[in-house]
Design a protein around this ligand. Structure first.
Ligand SMILES: *Cc1c(COP(=O)(O)O)cnc(C)c1O
Length: 387
């Protein structure tokens, strides 16, 4: 086995509890399982999230179908599942049949309502996504009220059930002062009023806007439902968000516990003579005799090549620098100070070992990115186990 992922179930439960505490009893906790559950593993984390959260958000229809299959296989009652991302006509129809909720982002969906109605015995449940400033998916505020009329056409009125009204924030995690988000919320509220006035709905749709950051630091964004991703995995959306929680809740700031550790066992340990060149391009040369460990992990596995001659791993609770370039399937580290023989060893690429910890934020810094990208890029082929 090259390298593997350990998932900490206790820490997942802690993070879920922390979000529930801040969201309060009237806001449902929806978990976001996109990006292979932020790299933690969709299949491996689904049982826990299915049991302990109220709703599941996915980006791809096939993940929603996987949730339904999981429920069938284990005789579980079905959870509400929402597909946030793009859908082919076939997928949309299959969602209608399997009572999976979808997000409608413009009027083009109208042409599929007939087929959905024919295939499914129940109305298609939809969430309307309003683009309040991210300029990603969704209806723009300008002509929203007029555009909504397509849902009053007889076919839609009979076979489409508007259950949700949502938007997504642009920069809550990038700032400590939320004026842009507040502007987005105002547009969102105006859009909601249009919904209520234009559509002849039996029940007002549930409003939802908050991701991990807003769930903690923007109470007015909580509404009926939160869509929490990164925070449930124990990672902070950003430094400023974490800081904001300390300011907002000086006595009881939320704590998040990372859930993922990435480890590998050495393929070889050996002593190199002084003067040896290490790795492709001979970018590192040993000034004196050193003991190296060859680790069977590389950029194919999602271990970024930017870590070359820059990052380190943990062995026996010691920092061991990466020597030379990270290769497709191999990385070489200096273990001279960590071990005193050539026995096989275990290296921690991400996680805790003894008194040392390597965080996704630290790794993100070495490769000029964010923790989200570090974890979502961990290869889906690696073994993941919940411990
Ligand atoms: C990714 C995403 C979320 C979750 O964001 P986090 O910052 O990971 O909590 C919520 N809503 C939408 C629409 C998203 O795309």
């Amino acid at each position: 086995m090259a390298s593997w992922i350990e998932l900490n179930a206790q820490n997942f439960l802690h993070n879920i509890h922390e979000y529930r505490k801040f969201l309060g009893p009237h806001t449902k906790l929806g978990c976001v399982l996109k990006g292979n559950a932020y790299g933690h593993g969709f299949q491996q984390t689904l049982p826990l999230f299915h049991q302990h959260t109220d709703m599941i958000f996915v980006i791809e229809a096939r993940d929603a179908f996987a949730v339904r299959n999981y429920e069938k296989a284990h005789g579980l009652t079905s959870r509400r599942v929402v597909v946030l991302g793009s859908l082919s006509p076939e997928e949309l129809i299959a969602c209608a049949v399997q009572e999976i909720e979808v997000v409608i982002i413009d009027t083009s969906f109208e042409r599929y309502f007939g087929a959905c109605a024919e295939a499914a015995g129940t109305p298609l449940k939809v969430h309307l996504h309003m683009d309040t400033g991210l300029s990603r998916e969704g209806f723009l505020p300008e002509h929203f009220a007029q555009e909504l009329e397509f849902l009053n056409a007889p076919l839609a009125a009979q076979h489409v059930d508007v259950v949700g009204f949502m938007t997504h924030f642009s920069n809550v995690e990038d700032v400590t002062e939320q004026t842009y988000a507040e502007k987005q919320l105002q547009l969102f509220e105006e859009g909601y009023q249009s919904c209520i006035q234009v559509l002849n709905l039996q029940k007002p749709p549930e409003r939802h806007t908050a991701q991990s950051a807003a769930s903690f630091i923007l109470p007015s964004a909580r509404y009926h439902l939160a869509r929490v991703g990164i925070g449930l995995y124990g990672l902070w959306p950003s430094g400023p968000t974490r800081l904001s929680t300390r300011v907002l809740y000086p006595e009881n700031a939320p704590r998040l516990l990372p859930t993922l550790s990435w480890r590998t066992s050495s393929q070889q340990v050996k002593v190199l003579p002084a003067g040896s060149y290490i790795g492709y391009g001979c970018t590192y040369r040993a000034a004196h005799e050193i003991r190296i460990a060859l680790l069977p992990v590389g950029y194919f596995d999602g271990y970024p090549r930017e870590f070359s001659n820059r990052g380190y791993v943990l062995v026996q609770g010691q920092r061991c620098p990466i020597l030379g370039r990270v290769m497709m399937n191999h990385t070489i580290v200096d273990v001279s100070h960590a071990v005193s023989n050539n026995d096989p060893l275990v290296a921690t690429l991400l996680g805790t070992d003894g008194h040392e910890q390597l965080t996704a934020e630290q790794l993100a810094e070495w490769s000029n990115t964010i923790n989200y990208e570090i974890v979502t890029r961990i290869g889906p082929h690696l073994e993941r186990r919940m411990v």
